[in-house]
Design a protein around this ligand. Structure first.
Ligand SMILES: Nc1nc2c(c(=O)[nH]1)N[C@H]1C(S)=C(S)[C@@H](COP(=O)(O)OP(=O)(O)OC[C@H]3O[C@@H](n4cnc5c(N)ncnc54)[C@H](O)[C@@H]3O)O[C@H]1N2
Ligand code: MOO
Length: 432
């Protein structure tokens, strides 16, 4: 590991430079075609602009349950000068309308086509009687009866015009947009059955360490698994897999002990088909640093970043079985791994997935004084108090329960080691 410490921004830039060709190549790859009805569509990113081939709405229709009328028939209607109209043909949503006859009120339901000859709708509550009489649907004889109208209805009242939401050929979605529920709804309304979406980044996530039981040992049908002394549960694999997936990646996982040859063999066998390898653990100054030992000879570099947690880091393009693949290595301490992902990889994945790359930052005041190392940027975990100030938890990178209970990450900048109560600090939300 190099003894020079690089600044966080320099490492962010190095990771961006490493991963940019991978993102570019994914954008240049043939898009995937996904059904509008598939649950996997949510969160995918459009590969092309999508225009509507039909007007939306596809026809003039009623915004209210009421009566379609000719605005000239009811001009000047008021409680003092009511207009009495005979009942016309009824149109419900989905029906073909009958002709609207002059001096009639054609019962119409929300979403039904405005019948030819009518240009306005009066809600049923604004007529006398204020409820529909017994009505027949199209094809049946028109019921005999009348409706008293006590207010005028300007032309176009409660009429939803054909194409007013989107005219034929209008782009509904541009390329590079994340598919949200509303966007999927708009595509479905336009009659799109499939959508071309960008391929997702396929990540192989590999957690290392002899202290973590192998996959088979750690999976159990009971709620809690017993541990042998010296072993711990694998927190990083589920945590990092969830973070990567939340940022739009597809993730498969791999577990490996502390033998470099075994890690090399496992990655060689598993890596084809992936765009990126992310590792956790085995990169610091110990005697058995499996990731460093296995990946440095393949081209990865390991360095120290002037931050805490997350000091030890690794990255590079490595060659496995004749193919090159980018690798980003995080330290094994769970809070270090989480913050490393948050600082170096997730913003880039989010950007590719059409999400806001950076989480919004907020200035808050510290609720108490604290210290941090002068030569490192410290990222602390904090709870927001009722007065908006932040109480920090301990700095240790093993304090995962405190990370889980935190509202915000708090940045204590490098170059300052004493932070009195009420010092303004930059924060960003987690666990939302
Ligand atoms: N002499 C030095 N020792 C250490 C240094 C240093 O600069 N000099 N750096 C410390 C820092 S900071 C960190 S962070 C860690 C990083 O070490 P590694 O990346 O080599 O990680 P490991 O040693 O494999 O694990 C560290 C810690 O995390 C636990 N761990 C690992 N994987 C998981 C997992 N999947 N789930 C839960 N917990 C995990 C592991 O048991 C260790 O306790 O090095 C310091 N040491
Ligand atoms: O830099 Mo380490 O990531 O504090 O435990």
């Amino acid at each position: 590991m190099s003894t020079d410490r690089r600044l966080l921004e320099a490492h962010q830039e190095a990771v961006r430079s490493l991963l940019t060709p991978m993102f570019e190549s994914l954008r240049a790859t043939n898009p995937e075609c996904v059904s509008v009805h598939a649950s996997e569509l949510l969160g995918r990113v459009t590969a092309r602009e999508i225009t509507t081939a039909i007007p939306l709405p596809p026809f003039d229709n009623s915004q209210m349950d009421g009566y379609a009328v000719s605005s000239t028939d009811v001009a000047g209607a008021s409680p003092e000068h009511p207009v009495i109209l005979a009942l016309g043909y009824t149109t419900a949503a989905g029906d073909m309308p009958g002709a609207h006859m002059p001096r009639t009120a054609s019962p119409i339901m929300t979403g039904a086509i405005i019948p030819h000859g009518a240009d306005s709708v009066i809600p049923v509550e604004q007529t006398l009687p204020p409820k529909f009489p017994r009505l027949s649907r199209r094809g049946d004889p028109v019921p005999v009866g009348s409706v008293t109208v006590v207010s005028g209805a300007p032309s176009g009242q409660f009429v939803r015009r054909c194409g007013e939401d989107a005219a034929v050929g209008t782009p509904i979605l541009t390329a590079g947009v994340r598919l949200t529920p509303a966007r999927i709804g708009a595509l479905a309304a336009a009659g799109c059955t499939t959508v071309q979406v960008l391929p997702r980044v396929r990540v192989l996530l590999c957690s290392t360490g002899d202290e973590i039981p192998s996959g088979a040992e750690s999976r159990s049908s009971t709620a809690t698994v017993q541990l042998e002394l010296g072993k711990i549960h694998d927190a990083n694999t589920p945590m990092l897999a969830a973070a990567l997936r939340e940022a739009g990646a597809e993730v498969d996982t791999l577990r490996c002990g502390d033998q470099a040859a075994a890690l090399h063999a496992a990655l060689t066998a598993a890596s084809p088909g992936y765009d990126l390898i992310v590792t956790s653990g085995g990169i610091s100054a110990g005697a058995f640093e499996v990731v460093r030992e296995a990946l440095a000879p393949l081209g990865a570099e390991f360095m120290s970043v002037a931050m805490q947690p997350g000091g030890p880091q690794g990255l590079g393009e490595i060659t496995l079985a004749g193919s090159t693949i980018p690798v980003v290595s995080f330290p094994g301490n769970p809070v270090s791994a989480f913050i490393s992902a948050e600082c170096f990889v997730l913003p880039l994945l989010r950007e590719h997935a059409g999400l806001a790359s950076e989480r919004p930052r907020e200035q808050r005041q510290l609720a108490h004084d604290t210290k941090s190392p002068l030569d490192k940027l410290q990222v602390r975990r904090g709870r927001i108090e009722a007065d908006g100030r932040v109480t920090l938890s301990g700095p240790g990178s093993h304090l995962l329960s405190e990370l889980a209970a935190a509202d915000v990450l708090v940045q204590l900048p490098l170059g300052q080691d004493t932070f009195p109560e009420n010092t303004p600090v930059e924060t960003w939300r987690i666990n939302d």
